[in-house]
Design a protein around this ligand. Structure first.
Ligand code: PNS
Length: 176
């Protein structure tokens, strides 16, 4: 068993397409637990993202500006290889509901098998964020629903622009 490093580096990996308020909350809480937190976007995803990696990195950078020990990056290939290259000893993930647990458990076991020196730490999402996902946020805004508070304001603006939903029609939809 390796001793605790003086400077604990954690990776928070994900798709972040786009970052939600739930992600941001986890980042803020992770920033209080670890000396350095690297929020990193998986580059080689098979699923078709709404935003490019560069756009997602910009949105993340905008959202974490107030956190001095947090940075944004992207990676290819195996997460544990990337984590080792950053000298990280922790993988941070969030769990919103029991339905997330099985997936996270499977990944944590696989990652431990691949790299026993790297621990997965899961934080429970706040109750108020437990239903938020990037996928649902995109679906709701695309159909004219109100996503205020579910994503950082700058991300909401970008979603409006990308999905050509006017603020007015969104407001009307919220009042329906
Ligand atoms: O936000 P997501 O889509 O749930 O994040 C999934 C992610 C990026 C953490 C996972 O797909 C991943 O780590 N991919 C990198 C490839 C890898 O290491 N696969 C083995 C994981 S056990």
């Amino acid at each position: 068993m390796q001793p605790k490093p003086d400077h604990v580096i954690a990776i928070y990996p994900g798709s972040f397409d786009p970052i939600t308020s739930g992600h941001l909350d986890l980042i803020e809480r992770g920033a209080r637990l670890f000396d350095r937190l690297i929020v990193s976007i998986l580059r080689n995803e098979t699923k078709e993202p709404l935003f490019s990696v560069e756009e997602r990195m910009e949105m993340l950078c905008d959202a974490i500006g107030h956190l001095s020990n947090v940075e944004v990056d992207c990676f290819n290939g195996l997460l544990v290889h990337y984590a080792a290259s950053k000298e990280a000893t922790v993988l941070l993930r969030g769990i919103r509901a029991v339905s997330d647990y099985e997936y996270e458990l499977q990944m944590a076991h696989m990652n431990r098998r691949l790299a026993p020196g790297i621990e997965t730490v899961c934080l429970m999402a706040r109750e108020a964020h437990s239903f938020i996902s990037s996928r649902l946020v995109k679906e709701v805004i695309a159909l004219g629903g109100n996503i205020g508070g579910l994503v950082p304001p700058s991300v909401e603006q970008r979603l409006h622009e990308r999905l050509h939903v006017s603020a007015e029609s969104n407001r009307k939809a919220a009042l329906r």
